[in-house]
Design a protein around this ligand. Sequence first.
Ligand SMILES: Cc1cc2nc3c(=O)[nH]c(=O)nc-3n(C[C@H](O)[C@H](O)[C@H](O)COP(=O)(O)O)c2cc1C
Length: 200
Amino acid sequence: MAKEFFEALKSRRSIYGIGKDVSVNEAKIQEIVEDAVKYTPTSFNSQTSRAVVLFGEQHDKVWDITLAELKKVAASEEAFAATTDKINSFKSGYGTILFFEDQDIVKNLQNQFALYADNFPIWADQSSGMLQLVVWTALHDEGLGATLQHYNPLIDAGVQEAWNLPSSWKLRAQMPFGSPLAPAGEKAFQPVEERVKVFK
Ligand SMILES: Cc1cc2nc3c(=O)[nH]c(=O)nc-3n(C[C@H](O)[C@H](O)[C@H](O)COP(=O)(O)O)c2cc1C
């Protein structure tokens, strides 16, 4: 990372307006995701996290699947028109990263360590969240804009089928990214003293 860790963390934002004018090459983006998957910690070093990186027509496909599923549940034509604009704004980007957690590993851990059985699905999701932040921050540090989206579980079956993914891979989040077209909106912060207590 060119910037120091906290500089990168502080500058990461949700960037909704994204385009295809990206100078970072696909191999670099792949490397970011591979390193993030490899080095982000997981409970018991169980390595439950999975990712799928989509470029070009493959990226388009995930948003076509999403729109088709949303159409089935749209409340009205007007509502679907607004939804279509939103989905097209993600499709306008350069690529999408899909984040999964492998439930076969979670189930094995539950069988192996009954005492923690309830915790393993939670820990898997926490690991996924850590991974998502690492990828999000690293993409931002490369000058890319990204957001975090959750059309799961609506699109789970379509995604699994489209890329012939193992049925144990549970979709947790989608991260469309691309060249930033507009800055992030204002962000308010609660006083951090009210959120962090220190005792010494
Ligand atoms: C766990 C989690 C879930 C989120 N889900 C969504 C989502 O489904 N759609 C979306 O547009 N943004 C989503 N966000 C983005 C947040 O709204 C955003 O990070 C927050 O408002 C702070 O803004 P910032 O990312 O610009 O710092 C999510 C963020 C987190 C951490």
